[in-house]
Each structure stands twice: as structure tokens, then as C-alpha cells.
Design a protein around this ligand. Structure first.
Ligand SMILES: [Zn+2]
Ligand SMILES: [Zn+2]
Length: 94
């Protein structure tokens, strides 16, 4: 079992933040392009955490933090409530 270095929960949805960043930027270009540069900054901050042994199901690289921790921080960047709930529906399925 691999645990996330931020929340100490088990990594159950192993997608690395590189792959997530690509999907997020694709999404935000459509919905709120102003936030794209802030997502890039946030992702670089998350890069500082050490890798775990878990591998990304998309690209195979090692994962450092779980997708939930990263997506929660991204969601905090969104100020518009409608966009926030749309974001939840698109990326956070719990
Ligand atoms: Zn986490
Ligand atoms: Zn990946």
C-alpha cells in the first residue's frame, strides 16, 4: 500500500500530477483560462514532495501526492461557485 505524503491516505486513484495538470489545463482553457498559470504554479509547488513507489496508471511515472490533494488545492483557486461545482463533477467523483 502506498500512502500520499500530504494527507497520509492510501493512494487509491493513482494518477500523477503531471497527467492531472494536462487534463486540468485542457479543462480550464475552456472554462476559466485565467487560472491556467496558477495551476502551473501550484503543480510546481507539489513537485517538491518526494515520490512514492506508486505508479501512475496513465504514464507509469512515480506518484508523489494523491490526486485528491492536488485537485482540492486546484478547486480552492476557483472563486465562482457554479464553476466549482462543475469542477467537482468533472474531476472529483466523491
Ligand atoms: Zn493526499
Ligand atoms: Zn502520469
Amino acid at each position: 500500500m502506498q500512502t500520499c505524503l500530504v494527507c497520509n491516505d492510501e493512494i487509491t486513484n493513482p494518477i500523477c500530477i503531471n497527467c492531472l495538470e494536462q487534463e486540468l489545463i485542457y479543462w480550464f482553457v475552456d472554462y476559466d483560462p485565467k487560472l491556467v498559470s496558477r495551476i502551473r504554479v501550484l503543480k510546481r509547488a507539489f513537485d517538491m514532495y518526494e515520490d512514492t513507489e506508486a505508479n501512475c496508471i496513465k504514464c507509469g511515472n512515480n506518484i508523489n501526492v494523491c490526486s485528491h490533494c492536488f485537485l482540492t488545492e486546484v478547486m480552492n483557486l476557483i472563486k465562482d461557485e457554479n464553476l466549482k461545482s462543475l469542477f467537482k463533477k468533472s474531476f472529483i467523483s466523491f
